[in-house]
Design a protein around this ligand. Structure first.
Ligand code: BGC
Length: 768
């Protein structure tokens, strides 16, 4: 944990350059637009420690697996989001001396991520040999309006000298992934073109054959006037450059504008990429940097209108939550149903940029409440499109008749995770995908989705559960053996309560969806019944499993057991451990972790959170009081679920403590791992803590429900909710709640159990 960033409501600010913090800052100050993302690497050369990272959404490489002991059924590869063409590069030499912050004295360094308008800025003064001082101001963004375009304004002002500037503006596709398993380069050159006017490089990924064409144009402005120049062209493998010189004049500003377009064969015909890249670049040049930037600010203002959270009285909390919302909106914009959300977004390589259950369990609620429903719908369609592959995946593991096991980690629907306990055992992920469908339909009332896409997925997942359980005749119960629950600090356990419950719940929900379609559209139901080959024998089996599913439970304590035998462990609270043991995953051997009672993340409590209305307060309290003290929260996905349940149980301090653990996770580098990238999917969990936890927000029986309370540290907080055509701004303070309807759609709301209506374009204030 290290707090070196300045507090500010709308910006992330780093003052002073400390190379020790640089890789963390490269993650935190990343920019992205759903199509591409870029770590906050310097434009100019930097020979210090850095993780160069430029990523194109959905462009991945199936890196051959490295495992010590191969097991049948393992995936052949681990999918990796690729470090792609470096389009920001500007080599700057002044009076023959290279500008490199690892080598030169630097002062007045300020790096700012402007979240309100969506750009990154950096200013500093570097001292060259002989005491020559040069002031640099660099600003850049990737456009959320013209998604294939990125632009840089790089200004150079010599403060006490006249001298020669030499600039090399380049595109470099000869890049590597730091996490490459065999140190292999993943890109091959297709072509390159460099004339005095034009520079582009086209590369293709090995195996997956994604083609990326990048093109650039550099302009020079001196003291406000555009300067024509004739660059020297150069090229190497996967690299093109323009080099030009210019006379710097003391105290006069020289500005380099660099525009780049990055287009891929995911979006266009490979054969037309060069032309499309040129068109995009041309469009950017016509608009110019300032217009592109003001369009960027307007587009971000629109996003903030629907998703902002305002916290009054606590700047650190305000900055933390805006940072999370900003990163989520930079990562996934929802237009493309082939894309999803990697745990690190576009901020680093770890987790390979792939899709996890994080999307349905944590991210979906954020997009449901802060954006047009078609964005969440696309997250669901993503899984629908992977259904065939999920069926194949289950077949590889011996399941039959259309049973589907969705992968734990995927890019294209195939499993690409190869730790056996996760690949084969962490099957609860299937339940989260079914739950995502429920959550979406419950929230949006888009019931058509069920007959159109939803049922296919639900039936296939139900088939998996029906085959995965085994009937124990001596007990007349169904059991599920050899699983890993959400708590990855236990492997190969029998009857993980959460997995058993989410499995039976999936069967219940699937049957209820079938009933709904049958009642509302018999013809469509018949069609689906015959397409999916659903028989009454099969559904009777599901009913039997629902009725006879075994749930480990301790009568005396009134708690669900995380798995069979959990109470045989030595039960110790985390606060009884010497803190030097924490985090366990860095200090204990794996077998010691597995034998211990310590819990990585919400497991039984994940079930109480998802299926909240099934349980009474006493049950929730007993389980929370039993499990939370043994939970080490070593997954960033853990604290939010605890915070939400603590809010419901009235454990205000605990709720706030849990909220704080993720609110500034990356800004304060809480887990000492932000240099690998930000914890993007857990950012959605922090949003959930505020809205579902402190706001007590949920949707039940088509009604909006709010049970707010305010942490003592805040004077008020407000959040936005997009709900069935309405946009509500909900402000909570210590003694009242005000809901402002920013649309004409009048909306009923239940506040602390009493029903009210917020009329269109009106406000409602309720005092407690
Ligand atoms: C968690 C998983 C999660 C993954 C990616 C792991 O540490 O235990 O639940 O899906 O990280 O965020």
């Amino acid at each position: 944990m290290k707090q070196y960033l300045k507090l500010d409501e709308w910006s992330i600010i780093e003052e002073g350059f400390d190379p020790e913090n640089h890789e963390v800052s490269e993650s935190v100050f990343s920019i992205g637009n759903g199509h591409m993302g870029q770590r906050a690497n310097f434009e100019e050369d930097y020979t210090g420690k850095t993780l160069q990272g430029s990523y194109m959404a959905g462009v991945y490489y199936p890196d051959k697996t490295r495992v010590g002991w191969w097991k049948n059924g393992y995936p052949e590869y681990f999918a990796k989001v690729l470090n792609s063409t470096n389009w920001i590069g500007l080599n700057i030499a002044i009076e023959g001396e290279n500008l490199d912050l690892a080598k030169l004295p630097v002062r007045d360094f300020v790096r700012t991520l402007n979240m309100k308008e969506g750009y990154l800025e950096r200013t500093f003064i570097a001292t060259l040999s002989g005491g020559k001082e040069v002031k640099i101001q660099a600003k850049r963004f990737v456009s959320i309006v013209d998604k294939e375009v990125g632009a840089i304004r790089y200004s150079i002002t010599p403060l006490n000298f006249n001298g020669e500037l030499k600039v090399t503006s380049y595109l470099d596709a000869d890049v590597k992934n730091k996490d490459a398993n065999y140190d292999e380069k993943f890109w091959d050159e297709v072509s390159k073109e460099v004339t005095t006017n034009h520079a582009s490089v086209t590369v293709v990924t090995k195996k997956t054959e994604y083609v990326l064409c990048s093109t650039m144009k550099t302009e020079l402005v001196h003291d406000g006037l555009k300067v024509a120049f004739n660059p020297v062209v150069s090229e190497k493998e996967k690299y093109v450059a323009h080099t030009f010189a210019h006379g710097l004049v003391e105290k006069k500003e020289t500005v380099i504008y660099k525009y780049a377009a990055n287009v891929t064969s995911r979006d266009h015909e490979a054969s037309s990429l060069a032309k499309i890249a040129m068109d995009r670049l041309q469009g950017a040049l016509v608009k110019g940097f300032e217009t592109l930037l003001s369009e960027q600010a307007d587009a971000w203002a629109e996003k903030w209108k629907e998703s902002d959270i305002v916290i009054e009285g606590d700047v650190a909390a305000q900055q933390g939550i805006r940072f999370n919302i900003f990163q989520l909106n930079q990562t996934y914009t929802g237009e493309d149903d082939r894309l999803n959300i990697g745990p690190k977004g576009f901020t680093g390589e770890k987790y390979g940029g792939s899709t996890y259950w994080d999307t349905e369990a944590y991210c979906l609620p954020f997009y449901l409440s802060t954006a047009d429903p078609k964005i969440s719908r696309n997250l669901l369609i993503y899984r629908y499109k992977h259904l065939e592959k999920a069926i194949e995946n289950a077949e590889k593991l011996g399941f039959t008749d259309g049973a589907a096991l969705y992968p734990m980690v995927t890019m294209n629907g195939e499993e690409s995770h190869n730790e056996w306990e996760i690949t084969f055992e962490e099957i609860h992920r299937n339940g989260a995908i079914a739950y995502g469908i429920y959550n979406y339909v419950n929230y949006t009332a888009d019931k058509d989705y069920l007959a159109e896409y939803g049922l296919d997925v639900l039936v296939a997942i139900s088939r998996f559960w029906a085959q995965r359980v085994n009937y124990v005749s001596s007990k007349n119960q169904y059991m599920m053996l050899g699983v890993t629950g959400p708590n990855e600090y236990e492997n190969n356990v029998n009857n993980n309560w959460y997995t058993n419950r989410i499995a039976a719940w999936t069967l219940e929900y699937t049957l209820s969806v079938m009933d709904y379609i049958k009642e509302t559209d018999k013809a469509r139901f018949d069609e689906l019944e015959s397409k999916l080959k659903i028989s009454s024998e099969e559904t009777s089996k599901w009913v039997d499993i629902i009725g006879k599913m075994y749930y480990p439970f301790d009568e005396e304590m009134g708690i669900y057991l995380q798995q069979d035998g959990f109470l045989d462990k030595e039960l110790i609270r985390v606060d009884e451990l010497d803190p030097k043991h924490l985090p366990l995953n860095q200090n204990w051997s794996w077998d010691r972790i597995l034998r211990s009672c310590f819990i990585k993340q919400a497991d039984v409590l994940q079930g109480l959170y998802f299926l909240n209305d099934e349980f009474d307060m006493e049950t929730k309290k007993k389980n929370f009081d039993f499990y939370e003290p043994m939970t080490v929260h070593e997954s960033s996905l853990s604290p939010c679920v605890h915070s939400i349940l603590a809010c419901e149980l009235g454990y205000k301090e605990k709720a706030y403590e849990m909220y704080l653990r993720t609110a500034r996770l990356d800004l304060d580098n809480y887990n000492n791992d932000t240099e690998d990238g930000c914890h993007t999917t857990s950012m959605a969990g922090t949003w959930m803590s505020v809205v579902q936890g402190f706001g007590g927000f949920k949707v039940k029986n088509d009604q909006l429900i709010l049970n707010p309370f305010i942490p003592g540290e805040w004077s008020s907080f407000s959040f936005k909710i997009v709900f069935r055509g309405a946009l509500l701004n909900i402000k909570v303070s210590a003694d009242e709640i005000t809901i402002t309807n920013e649309t004409k759609v009048s909306t009923p709301v239940i506040i602390h159990g009493t029903k009210h209506t917020v009329n269109g374009s009106a406000s409602l204030t309720i005092q407690y």
